[in-house]
Ligand binder design. Structure first.
Ligand code: ATR
Length: 291
């Protein structure tokens, strides 16, 4: 049992709900493994209370915060500073104490980037498909544009949202290679191999028997698949990618690395590979995932 002392650094999660978050496990385990005297708790914040919560956290000398649904956008107004990529994305999930206030970052996206690098997936110069056009797709589209992908196709059930997102990314980063289209028009994609990132909620437990695109021909165009879902551990999308002979990854490493990156920002350290692997194993156990 950890001994909390007068000098113990305090971090935590702001959101609503927060009760089922895996973040306390991630950060308290990292603290123990990396020998950092830090305790991490959750703070449920009621609607309308985000600004007071941030001010209060700062006044209480809290070192860092994670921010989750529904405050990732609203929190920005309460920050002293913001990382440029997080600003473009318009969503912040990590706050780091600085002089005069908190600075906001988006480690959801740096976490995904780290997962991709880990898996040897290069975005620069690649053709990328993003399935979905919600919050996660938005962050990934900005990352792909910043990393100079060769082309990015955002495919969404509601094509207007995909087109709108593509337009926004192109304008914001002054590029022209991001395209939006209807999910069911996938047959009109260029004849290339795409790094394909699945961000829709299709396939999420308990609807495990669904994939956003069921047409097996689509998977010929996939060079490698990444699903941001991790429950189930292997989604139907991932199975379809594998059945066409390619590698597929779930979203658990993204979740791990968003935490690792936040922990590193708060403590100015580099978390060891061994600690990251250990926390990954603990997450699988805690989430009761069948590998
Ligand atoms: P997140 O923030 O995790 O990205 P979100 O913003 O709620 O979540 O986005 C959910 C995504 O899943 C959207 O792209 C949504 O498509 P629409 O914009 O058309 O709603 C997609 N989605 C949800 N259910 C879907 C379904 N049955 N078939 C196809 N796409 C679906």
């Amino acid at each position: 049992m950890k001994q909390i002392k007068g000098t113990t650094k305090v971090c935590g999660l702001i959101g609503n709900p927060v009760e089922h978050s895996i973040s306390p496990l991630i950060h308290n385990s990292l603290a123990e493994l990396e020998n950092v005297d830090l305790a991490y708790a959750t703070f449920k914040v009621d609607k309308g209370g985000i600004e007071d919560a941030i001010k209060g956290a700062y006044a209480l000398n809290i070192l860092g915060m994670n921010v989750t649904v529904p405050y990732k956008e609203d929190v920005i107004a309460a920050l002293a500073d913001i990382d440029p990529l997080a600003k473009r994305i318009g969503a912040v999930n990590t706050l780091v104490r600085t002089e005069g206030g908190f600075k906001g970052y988006n480690t959801d996206i740096t976490g995904l980037h780290r997962q991709l690098i880990d898996a040897g997936i290069e975005i620069s110069g690649s053709d990328v498909i993003i399935l979905g056009a919600g919050g996660a797709a938005r962050a990934i589209a900005f990352l792909c544009a910043r990393e100079n992908a060769d082309s990015v196709y955002i495919l969404n059930r509601t094509s207007e949202k995909a087109e709108q997102l593509a337009k926004e990314v192109n304008e914001s980063l002054n590029v022209d290679f991001v395209h939006g289209m209807r999910l069911e028009d996938h047959r009109s994609l260029p004849d290339k191999k795409f790094v394909t990132i699945q961000t829709t909620s299709v396939g999420l437990k308990p609807n495990e028997d669904a994939a956003p695109i069921e047409d097996i021909d689509f998977y010929d165009k996939v060079s490698v698949g990444v699903d941001i879902i991790y429950n189930p551990y292997k989604t139907k999308f991932m199975r379809m990618v594998e059945n066409s002979g390619k590698q597929a990854y779930n979203g658990l490493k993204m979740l791990l690395y968003q935490g690792v990156s936040a922990f590193e920002l708060w403590n100015n350290i580099e978390v060891s590979e061994e600690s990251a692997v250990r926390v990954y194993e603990l997450m699988i156990k805690e989430l009761d995932l069948d590998e």
